[in-house]
Write a protein that binds this ligand. Structure first.
Ligand code: FES
Length: 196
């Protein structure tokens, strides 16, 4: 595995270069190491998450091919997984991916009003990204937190018992956070969580 790993540390195509940071490569190496030799495909989902964090919040064919090389599997095996799970984004998304639950328990607790309010507040429809590139807004099925309905997820962070006021606060804080200077280690995922 180490030979293959070193060979695929950097990926170039069509004049673009993709390379995981040393920290991410270390994480990937550790994850791959959990599985027996020749079973490194088992590491695919966590590696896709790391890639999505590292490369700006979405995946493209080049990135998926890069991962296929790292894991020594066929590109189609990566495409199959990345296109199946809704947690992976194949189109460019905003810095903040808002996914709000549209399943029954959330809707019966006012989720439909929250969906309408988000549309109005962001000035976009479901599936769209704001013109400033900050917010992409999607509706999703049950987020597994029905007891706290209505619920939305902003990248990896959950926001529960939503009201119009709490949505205002979340959006305002995220806008402020987006304008703060970032360190070199600042990853896409970290930008999504409100600082405590
Ligand atoms: S129905 Fe919304 S979290 Fe389960």
């Amino acid at each position: 595995m180490s030979e293959n790993y070193n060979k695929h540390k950097i990926y170039e195509r069509n004049g673009k270069t993709y390379a995981f940071s040393d920290t991410s490569l270390q994480r990937i190496k550790e994850i791959i190491g959990r599985y027996p030799e020749a079973k490194q495909k088992s590491a695919l989902i966590p590696v896709l998450h790391i890639a999505q964090e590292e490369f700006g919040g979405s995946l493209n064919a080049d990135i998926m091919d890069y991962i296929a090389g790292l894991l020594n599997i066929k590109p189609i095996e990566v495409y199959e997984v990345a296109t199946f799970y809704t947690q992976f984004y194949l189109d460019k998304v905003g810095k903040f991916m808002i996914e709000i639950c549209q399943t029954g328990p959330c809707l019966s607790c006012g989720g439909d009003d929250m969906i309408d309010y988000l549309k109005e507040k962001l000035g976009i429809d479901v599936g769209e990204t704001t013109a400033d590139g900050l917010f992409t807004f999607k509706t999703v099925e049950c987020l597994g937190a029905c007891g706290y309905a209505p619920v939305m997820q902003v990248n990896t962070c959950f926001h529960q018992n939503l009201t119009k006021e709490s949505i205002d606060n979340i959006i305002d804080l995220l806008r402020t956070q987006a304008n703060e200077p970032k360190s070199n280690d600042d990853k896409w995922v970290e930008k999504f969580c409100l600082k405590k």
